[in-house]
Design a protein around this ligand. Structure first.
Ligand code: ZN
Ligand code: ZN
Ligand code: ZN
Ligand code: ZN
Length: 304
């Protein structure tokens, strides 16, 4: 860390005009990095490594014009050999010094404010952040394009307040799905219920869709947390009527896996519509399914 700081300072001193460029184009906030106290010199180098044109982090080959204005290789291929900063001919000059500095740079993960304390070499930062355990989750609500992201507590509040999702406490459930016109599966219906047990949140999805030519209903559970923690749990779903029943037992999928991905992998209880109507009893005009289920905790995984 010490030696990195020295490098950073000397580089920043030698590239005053770069500073100017970085300032006039970097209108977007520097999230994450600026939240960490005590790394100011690295922050400024980090800013130098931000492409002045597109504001993305630059990776080798980093280019520069004859006047020393840097830009990333993606932008270089788009600017028709004109430096976007000084309008001079760009040429084909690589900025090895900046690439070297980048190599020696260590930066905090951008999810630092969400709890990740890792300090990562510049070149592996993007890879780490794509898989960081602290990266925010997407909203698990299906059936609408919802772009909300956040940590689990904020998503739970969002589901309750904005999507009006039913919240239940307890690890057993008994749920009734009633639909008066079960012939309509084209406009798939989605239902989401959230369960809170073992100090964790689980999403129970129920929906109708077309599986090949056959209309089906599907129920599955997703865990509001990471894949690793999801494996600590199992669940069962049971549906039946008229003396028959279907039972599904599985491991909840993490909400990191998209709703559609889970559905398309058929990782849940699938009920053919004919069977569902049979379970519903009566005149087969109405869908009335009673799904019971249970969530339990597995023994801690001892594999290393
Ligand atoms: Zn760029
Ligand atoms: Zn230039
Ligand atoms: Zn991280
Ligand atoms: Zn949402």
């Amino acid at each position: 860390m010490e030696s990195d700081s020295v490098d950073c300072v000397s580089l920043a001193d030698g590239l005053d005009e770069e500073e100017e460029v970085a300032q006039h184009v970097s209108s977007k906030p520097h999230t994450g990095v600026s939240a960490v106290a005590g790394v100011a010199p690295e922050t400024s180098v980090h800013e130098l490594l931000e492409c002045p044109v597109c504001a993305n982090s630059m990776y080798p080959p980093i280019h520069q014009c004859r006047n020393g204005h840097t830009l990333c290789s993606t932008c270089k291929s788009r600017v028709h050999n004109r430096c976007p900063t000084c309008r001079q001919e760009l040429g084909d000059i690589r900025c090895l010094a900046l690439e070297k500095v980048a190599e020696s740079l260590q930066l905090p993960c951008k999810y630092n404010s969400l709890g990740c304390s890792e300090i990562i070499p510049y070149y592996s930062k993007i890879k780490h952040e794509a898989q960081c355990n602290f990266r925010p989750y997407g909203c698990p609500y299906a059936g609408s394009e919802c772009s909300i992201v956040g940590d689990i507590p904020s998503l739970v509040a969002h589901l309750r307040d904005d999507h009006k999702v039913d919240m239940h406490t307890g690890c057993t459930f008994n749920h009734r799905y009633v639909k008066s016109n079960p012939r309509e599966v084209e406009n798939a219906t989605w239902m989401l219920t959230v369960f809170y047990c073992f100090g964790e949140y689980f999403c129970l999805h129920f929906e109708a869709f077309q599986l090949g030519m056959a209309p089906v209903y599907m129920a599955f559970l997703r865990f509001m947390g990471d894949e690793n923690d999801a494996r600590n749990f199992s669940y069962s779903l049971e549906v039946g009527g008229n003396g028959r029943k279907l039972i599904w037992e599985g491991t909840p999928r993490s909400i990191r896996d998209g709703h559609r991905k889970v559905r398309d992998s058929h990782d849940g209880l699938i009920i053919q519509r004919n069977m569902a109507l049979f379970f519903s009893g009566g005149d087969r005009k109405e869908l009335k399914l009673r799904v019971t289920g249970r969530i339990w905790k597995e023994q801690p995984n001892t594999d290393s």
